[in-house]
Design a protein around this ligand. Sequence first.
Ligand code: EPU
Length: 340
Amino acid sequence: MPPDLVISHNYPLQACNTFGIAARARCHVPITSVAELAAALADPRLAGMPRLLLGGGSNIVFTGDFDGVVLQMAIKGRALLGQRGAHTLVRAAAGEHWHGFVQWTLAQGLGGLENLSLIPGTVGAAPIQNIGAYGVELKDVLDSVTVYDIASGALRSMDAAACRFAYRDSVFKHPHGAALVIVEATFALPSAWQPNLRYAELAQALAGVSAPSAVQISEAVVAIRRRKLPDPALVGNAGSFFKNPVVSGARCADLLAAFPGLVHHAQADGSEKLAAGWLIDQCGWKGRSLGRAGVYPQQALVLVNNGGATGPDVLALARAIEDDVFARYGVRLEAEPVFV
Ligand code: EPU
């Protein structure tokens, strides 16, 4: 007996995206189990419609109404799986709130996810863009994900290598991974935990604390994020709106000759990651608005909804910023959120 689905029509999406854009979906279905996912994918009432899988909606910009079905990932559950070698394995279902899961691991006495505290969104969305902050990326702590393969209707496990993680990227953002729905993620947390204070700002925040605990690091990360990033519950936003652009070492040297203050970080392969926030800030965009969309005054990398912003308002602001940065630095910014 397939589960009964709760199908809503002409569904308002404003509360389903952290940018707070008022769009509607033709249909909306909450997904609370793998059986419901399978049922929704096979349901004749939804057949042929474009599908959008949504988690916390914290990395998405609706440019208009969505003429299809939104599958709202709401599978819950978390578990301590036990030791494997030098790690403790923990698992969470895709619909779990990311920060709630991080706090739960800390409450179990397990460190490893604390640098990724307070990142908005769900566990299932986190691997898609390989969330990262304060010196840790999800790929550093992920053991595997369980995916539902829409093509075959089967569940399978993918290890971190199979996910092809890169900076804010994974196989799930590319056509050959598009038919895979993450239903749970397993993390390998080091039993012999060590603080990761490689990010200078975090190290500074904890300079007065000798041997900080994972909980103290989490608290410091939360404090930094609260200071620099807008709370989506109060000000609509999707976190960093642009990726930090990566350029060749030679190109970076040319830019440095012209702009000695350029903020850049050398990558292992010799390329250089530039701070998009700095580029945007230098172009004078920090705190400025275009219509109902604006640039957050404390962090130029974050675009915000000043109230009533539409998808086109956000796009117009993003284009204006991209054009200015390109005109001044010859560097093309790439948006981080998904546009629907
Ligand atoms: N900067 C400016 N002006 C600004 C913003 C930044 O000059 O308005 C300079 C800063 O002074 C600093 C540099 O740019 O020297 C980098 O800034 P920051 O440390 O704030 O980090 P970021 O590169 O802007 C990235 C991630 C964030 C993550 C932080 C901390 C991306 C696209 N963004 O931001 O991730 O929290 O590092 O690790 O990689 C997100 O993806 O949504 C996100 C918030």
